[in-house]
Write a protein that binds this ligand. Structure first.
Ligand SMILES: [Zn+2]
Length: 298
């Protein structure tokens, strides 16, 4: 069928769920499926789950010869195995080769934050930007760079990994082996921990913000420190990359004050007498990752 030409198939391979999507040429959604990852069942099981999902979606994209996969971590430039994934059973494995063999299609694998940035540039809040920096503020902190409509991964596939910039020598230890990484301050769990450390009860980041808005001094102080560090961390990125737009995603991107006080904090720390960088909320929500994965297939 002629109208099926140009359809794109993408998979978002996450730690708890695997989601697949088929997009039409104009990026409208044709089909979507979701299954639990069941990562406790190991590597071969996950590879089989992805292949199953691709088989299920393939009839909606019969002319598609390539599938894009977005996942945490990236392919090692040394030997092509996956590294830095928080689904640790995938690390050190030949995920790309194994998926190609199981799916019978060409496969492209890209970091999930890079997929997020790609989707927001082509179909979301960063549309038309020449240089965009996509930020994930969620369970972890990720970042992705898109230049002229394409992911800029770098020769070592670490471009955009600002979550492991070290912004404090005496900050909390990070799983990467350093201390005081951006992620240890700006992830959702980090904000929640900071509130508990200040004497608050356990609640999520959005609730901390609500309490701050209601005038609770403790929540206000925790959030003020959070926003200040957000500004420091993002100003570092702006100084190096000078993107046209920074688009925020992940659960913590719902904090309204990131777009007011947060922008003011970036302006405070950037090495310039003004801040032209647009800092915006994502437009595609949780779907950005899987949409970006499908865009890899082009
Ligand atoms: Zn780290």
């Amino acid at each position: 069928m002629a109208d099926r030409l140009g359809r794109l198939l993408g998979i978002d391979l996450g730690g708890t769920k695997i989601e697949g999507i088929v997009l039409a040429d104009d990026h409208t959604e044709v089909a979507r499926r979701r299954v639990p990852t069941e990562r406790e069942r190991g590597y071969d099981h996950i590879v089989a789950r992805v292949a199953e999902l691709v088989r299920e979606l393939d009839p909606f994209a019969p002319d598609c010869r390539r599938v894009g996969i977005g996942t945490p971590g990236s392919l090692s430039a040394r030997d092509g195995t996956l590294k830095n994934s928080n689904t640790t059973c995938l690390n050190g494995r030949r995920l790309l080769d194994d998926l190609r063999a199981r799916c019978g299609l060409d496969v492209v694998i890209e970091n999930d934050a890079n997929c997020f940035a790609l989707a927001e540039v082509h179909a979301g809040a960063a549309r038309g930007a020449r240089i965009a920096f996509g930020v994930i503020l969620g369970t972890g902190v990720g970042g992705g760079i898109v230049v002229d409509g394409r992911v800029w991964g770098g020769p070592q596939h670490v471009a955009g990994e600002w979550g492991h910039h070290r912004i404090s020598d005496d900050g909390p230890p990070c799983y990467c082996g350093q201390r005081g990484c951006v992620e240890t301050f700006l992830s959702g769990p980090a904000l929640e921990r900071a509130y508990v450390a200040a004497g608050g009860d356990a609640c999520d980041a959005i609730e901390v913000a609500r309490r701050a808005d209601d005038g609770e001094a403790r929540a206000g102080a925790v959030l003020e420190r959070y926003v200040d560090r957000f500004g420091r961390a993002l100003a570092n990125v702006v100084n190096i990359l000078d993107p046209d737009v920074v688009v925020l995603g992940g659960g913590v991107s719902n904090l309204a004050r990131l777009y007011t006080d947060g922008v003011a904090a970036v302006r405070r720390y950037v090495f310039n007498d003004e801040l032209r960088t647009r800092i915006v909320r994502n437009a595609l929500g949780d779907s950005a990752g899987v949409i970006g994965a499908a865009m890899l297939a082009r």
